[in-house]
Design a protein around this ligand. Structure first.
Ligand SMILES: CC(C)(COP(=O)(O)OP(=O)(O)OC[C@H]1O[C@@H](n2cnc3c(N)ncnc32)[C@H](O)[C@@H]1OP(=O)(O)O)[C@@H](O)C(=O)NCCC(=O)NCCS
Length: 219
């Protein structure tokens, strides 16, 4: 299991990245495998029809492997644990936490993806752009952290990425690793701690939605 930073240490959450050739400490390191009878027998019918609708084979494998991770983590952490999954290019990231967290969100993007100016201007207002610039964060990093905050928010229906406002962002250099940490303000004024990490050519963002009295704002 990789240690991805303070969110994980503080909230006893963890994030596992799964990739062909993943580092030894990553929790899951096999190739994504297609669904087999054993997996299908453990999934509800709605999930099986979701799987049958996926037309791309690599995506279907990622989806099936994500379900295996989900089932395994639920067994370890209990039915009430929050889980979040992101997959891209054969890599799967999972965020999971125990009961003190009301939601967890993880997002994953290949670091080379480019966002258009039009997308960036919808994503960030001028104050957020200033915070991003001061922390030397790219538009893609902000995108993934907002996606993670969206996924961590239990009642996210009807919200869009611009509903999640960046309020604080700083670069942390720790044991030769650079990552970003900050806070996002979500719907209903909720504060969500977020982190952005770099792993094997991917940007992985992680957000948690914690009970109000447990939140403290860095900086
Ligand atoms: C739904 C959404 C989170 C999917 O993201 P993605 O980058 O396409 O795919 P990812 O691999 O990162 O994440 C997929 C996982 O997100 C999770 N997910 C889907 N909908 C979700 C939701 N409403 N809340 C939390 N998690 C969700 C699922 O676990 C899914 O995994 P699965 O496909 O194996 O079931 C994203 O498209 C979205 O709606 N984002 C926020 C809204 C917005 O403003 N989007 C702008 C896009 S133009």
């Amino acid at each position: 299991m990789s240690d991805f930073g303070p969110i994980q240490r503080r909230w006893r959450a963890f994030i596992a990245a799964h990739a062909p050739g993943a580092r030894a400490e990553a929790l899951f390191s096999a190739e994504p495998r297609a669904a087999d009878e054993r997996l299908l027998s453990r999934l509800p019918p709605l999930r099986i029809s979701e799987y049958q609708r996926i037309s791309s084979e690599p995506r279907a494998r990622e989806w099936a492997e994500a379900r295996r991770l989900e089932l395994e983590l639920r067994e370890r952490l209990g039915a009430r644990a929050s889980l979040s999954i992101a997959h891209s290019q054969g890599v799967i990231a999972v965020g999971a936490t125990g009961e003190e967290i009301t939601g967890v969100g993880v997002d994953l993007e290949g670091a080379v993806r480019q966002l258009s100016e039009a997308t960036l201007s919808r994503l960030l207002d001028s104050e957020e752009a200033r915070l991003a610039k001061d922390a030397q964060a790219s538009g893609l990093e902000i995108w993934t952290l907002k996606e993670a905050a969206f996924k961590a928010t239990p009642d996210n229906t009807g919200t869009v990425l611009s509903s999640y406002l960046l309020k604080h962002l700083e670069q942390v250099n720790e044991a030769q690793t650079r990552y970003l940490q900050g806070n996002v303000q979500g719907p209903a004024g909720r504060t969500l701690p977020v982190e952005v990490h770099f792993w094997n050519g991917f940007i992985i963002s992680f957000a948690v939605c914690v009970r109000e009295h447990l939140v403290s704002t860095p900086g």
